[in-house]
Structures are given as structure tokens and as C-alpha cells.
Design a protein around this ligand. Structure first.
Ligand SMILES: [Zn+2]
Length: 138
């Protein structure tokens, strides 16, 4: 529950007490501002200030975009990994098994590096993006 309205004076609310360091029943003594109220803890009689939280608009519905920073760091990592290859990367084939750290050549996505490997799938960094691929298919 979020508090979007101030509770009425003399009403009891369940709110964290700074002295008890836990939520306590507290009596609303007065409204301090239009957005905050003074409370008194029933247990220790400490005065606490309750601030109401304004609902934010459109917070949950919008999917998070992949940040530009993340993409840039993946790209940097790809370039870094490319410096470490010796020999020719193995051609990607879903029947082959790839270990973490292996380099592979994908027919569509190009050069990639395995950053995580499980029994059935591998997480691969390509020059443009990170992708999940199957491997070790029998
Ligand atoms: Zn208290």
C-alpha cells in the first residue's frame, strides 16, 4: 500500500518508527504540510514525520529500453575479445558443443564469443548484439 493521501488527525496509522526501527501503530498528531503529517509512535512516543508518496504516471507500462551504455560496453567487449583469438574460430553448428570463452563464426551474425554455456544453450556476443543460441544438439 502506498500513501497517497494524508491520514486524518487522531487516526492511527501503521508506519515505520525511526526509533523502534520497525513499523508501529502511530497516532496522527497534526498535518505538518499538505504532503506530510506528524505522527507519534504508540510504543516509544517518538515523533515521526510521515510523507505521502505521489503516484507517478506511466511508471510500469513502458518496457525498459536497452540503454545505449550497455550496447556500447558489449561492443567494446567484442572488440576486446577479438584481439584475443588465435587461430580460426570454429564454424557455428547447433550440433557442436561450445565452451565459455570459445570463438565461433556464425553464418548470419559473423564472429561471436561464447560468454556463457549451459548444456543446451550458449550466450554469444556478436559485433551488433548479444544472442542466445542452441548448441550440443544430438
Ligand atoms: Zn517507536
Amino acid at each position: 500500500m502506498t500513501n497517497t493521501q494524508l491520514p486524518t488527525v487522531a487516526k492511527k496509522v501503521f508506519y515505520p518508527c525511526k526509533k523502534c526501527e520497525t513499523e508501529r501503530y502511530q497516532v496522527v498528531i497534526a498535518h505538518a504540510t499538505p504532503k506530510s503529517a506528524r505522527l507519534e509512535c504508540e510504543v516509544c512516543k517518538t515523533k515521526n514525520l510521515m510523507a505521502i508518496v505521489e503516484p507517478k504516471k506511466g511508471r510500469s507500462a513502458v518496457p525498459k529500453k536497452k540503454s545505449a551504455n550497455k550496447v556500447a560496453s558489449e561492443l567494446a567487449r567484442w572488440h576486446q575479445l577479438r584481439e584475443t583469438i588465435d587461430g580460426k574460430p570454429a564454424p557455428y553448428n547447433m550440433k557442436a558443443a561450445f565452451e565459455t570463452g570459445a570463438a565461433l563464426e556464425h553464418p548470419k551474425f559473423g564472429l561471436g564469443f561464447v560468454i556463457h554455456s549451459t548444456v543446451q544453450s550458449i550466450q554469444v556476443i556478436f559485433e551488433d548484439a548479444e544472442r542466445s543460441l542452441v548448441h550440443n544438439r544430438q
